[in-house]
Design a protein around this ligand. Structure first.
Ligand code: ZN
Length: 304
């Protein structure tokens, strides 16, 4: 049956691998997110600079969301003083990640190193906020100052501040001349609280010689290979693979709620002035149309 081959070819490829090294005291994860970034470019019409920033933000949300359970979500807000105008990314326990930037059309001169200047776009001053929503009344919030606006460094600093353990994050997004993403990848190496001094020393020595992620992503096809390139094979324990994708949890019911929450006055204005409404989800760019009759039904629901 030829279908068998098709089914295998159509299966989503694992794009995240994780494991532990040095006897369960260091967690490592690697991601290849080229498709994810291309989907965000397609949905938000991002310039190369905006795509580089959002790509790093999406990978950061994935790293923050690695241990989410059931319906949990984690939201990363990076609000710097640069012209990008802020960035929000969100990951769910369902292994979908989404996000947007304030200014999708931003262009800036290249950095002195000839790279897309994400640090200048985000801004070197500002705050990073993480909100973990576990379906309880109060979501869990934490935050830190931005270090450089380059995102990887900022995320590492956040982990260090909140968990008091050394973390290395490396994120790279390479945009092609046609504006699409050629490769995007990242890795995170995180010592767990209470790590023994000797292990920490070994890790720190190891970190000195690690290649930058951009060098790895171009050569290696999958994230498990990336982990094997980063650590000796006998040091990696319990390697597992996952598939993360750009995807949203918005739906029509949620946007109906939003319209209802706008209140009677605004809803009436929409009905009388436009006779319809189109709402766009910031996170994924999907649009939802509401006809006059549907808006009137919602108005009735409020008034009833
Ligand atoms: Zn959405």
């Amino acid at each position: 049956m030829t279908e068998t081959t098709d089914a295998i070819a159509g299966q989503p490829q694992h794009n995240l691998a994780r494991a532990v090294v040095w006897d369960d005291q260091v967690q490592v994860a690697a991601i290849i997110s080229t498709e994810m970034v291309n989907e965000s470019i397609r949905r938000h019409h991002l310039t190369p600079l905006a795509a580089a920033a959002l790509g790093r933000g999406l990978m950061s949300a994935v790293f923050l969301g690695l241990n989410l359970k059931s319906n949990d979500t984690i939201t990363l807000r990076i609000l710097g003083n640069g012209p990008l105008g802020g960035m929000i990314t969100q990951a769910g326990a369902d292994q979908r990640v989404r996000g947007y930037v304030g200014n999708a059309q931003l262009e800036l001169p290249l950095s002195p190193q000839g790279k897309l200047d994400v640090g200048a776009a985000v801004g070197k001053e500002g705050e990073l906020f993480v909100t973990k929503d576990m379906g309880l009344k109060e979501p869990y919030n934490s935050s830190c100052h931005l270090i450089s606006g380059e995102i990887a460094e900022d995320l590492a600093y956040f982990f260090h501040q909140s968990e008091q353990c050394p973390v290395v994050v490396s994120l790279g997004v390479l945009i092609d001349v046609d504006g699409s993403c050629r490769s995007a990848a990242g890795y995170m190496i995180k010592a767990l609280p209470g790590i023994e001094d000797s292990k920490l020393q070994a890790l720190e020595e190891w970190l000195q010689v690690l290649p930058p992620v951009s060098a790895l992503a171009e050569q290696l096809g999958n994230p498990a290979e990336m982990l094997h390139a980063l650590f000796p094979k006998d040091k990696l324990v319990g390697l597992t693979e996952e598939t993360w994708a750009f995807g949203c949890d918005c739906n029509r019911q949620r946007l109906e709620r939003l319209l209802i929450n706008m209140g009677t006055k605004q809803l009436k204005e929409m009905i009388e002035e436009d006779g319809k409404a189109t709402l766009r989800c910031h996170f994924c760019g999907d649009t939802y149309d509401f006809s006059k009759a549907e808006l009137e039904a919602l108005l009735k629901e409020i008034e009833g």
